[in-house]
Design a protein around this ligand. Sequence first.
Ligand SMILES: NC(=O)c1ccc[n+]([C@@H]2O[C@H](COP(=O)([O-])OP(=O)(O)OC[C@H]3O[C@@H](n4cnc5c(N)ncnc54)[C@H](O)[C@@H]3O)[C@@H](O)[C@H]2O)c1
Length: 342
Amino acid sequence: MNDSATGKPHERNGRMPAANERILVTGGAGFIGSHLVDAFLAAGHDVLVVDNFSTGKKENLPGHVRWYDADVTDKHALLAIVKRESPTIVVHAAAQINVRSSFHDPQRDAEINIKGAINVLECCKDAGVKRALYLSSGGAVYGIPNRLPCTEQAPGAPVNPYGVSKYTAELYFSLYHHLYQIEYGILRLSNVYGPRQDPHGEAGVVSIFADAVLHDRQPVVFGDGTQTRDFVYVADVAAAAVLAVRRLSMSFPKPFDERIFNISSGEAISVNDALAAIQHAAGNRANHALATVPSVPAKHQAAVSGEVKHMVLDSSLAKKALGWMPSVGFEEGIEKTVEWMR
Ligand SMILES: NC(=O)c1ccc[n+]([C@@H]2O[C@H](COP(=O)([O-])OP(=O)(O)OC[C@H]3O[C@@H](n4cnc5c(N)ncnc54)[C@H](O)[C@@H]3O)[C@@H](O)[C@H]2O)c1
């Protein structure tokens, strides 16, 4: 039975943790959202999830978490849940995350990422929720920055529809703060990887490569593989979200001046090197010393138009204001991810 029919939450056992905040996580059954759920629970918060399970999975959710099968584009359903549950903070992680899909269907991308965010904020306004945290994308909102590493001061200048929708949603969080005093924070994440990332989607190069390598398939690299990204391990992102929630709680109702934080490792790694590290972790160590020459030859396809060639974020503001630092290095994170996928 689904919640849109009954309006009642699913709860697999009645256990309720001691709560500091009651946090509603949209997209909480997804890759990153489910790690946030785990981390919020471990921090002693009461957590509930809204997800339409388009890419999220019920098995990503701990048994005692209340969840609603609802779509963030459906304001009526969302408002009923928010009013029933009275969360103290909403963490908005639900999104269409596929850059290539955003080119093919920009309307759908905007519908989910922009209209969904407006609905979340409207529900906060109508139900009196005064704090919200939004997961944005540092890889998408800055476009092609003039300087690397890229700080939060760089202007939003997205070069693909996904970046436009993620950036537009940020502007709505700012607008609802000015209009309705909703305190907000934004985490601009770099390339997140780790357990539970879907290897069958088009996003998430680490899990896609790991899946190919573990199944002896030829990994597909778009372009020549020299494009660089900074990868951040998902548990580090969850730790940043816990700190941001704490910051939102502490500063409320005072102004929360530093609201936008890059969350990244700050280490530029080429796609070729990422593949070599995955092959190494998978036990295929032969050519690891030649990091740019993968031992299972990759199949190269045309570079994706609108894809940023080099991106590294500067997370020093998150360190200063939130006390956040990444704790899992790339090789360790890749080992953990490959082990999980195995
Ligand atoms: N994965 C990354 O590297 C990365 C980087 C930067 C930012 N982000 C952001 O982090 C967030 C989570 O991304 P992810 O990688 O975990 O993706 P994901 O696809 O695993 O998670 C998205 C979740 O949202 C749910 N969802 C999608 N549309 C929905 C809708 N209309 N209504 C309700 N639920 C819906 C999905 O079922 C899924 O559970 C997104 O906002 C994304 O833009 C991700």
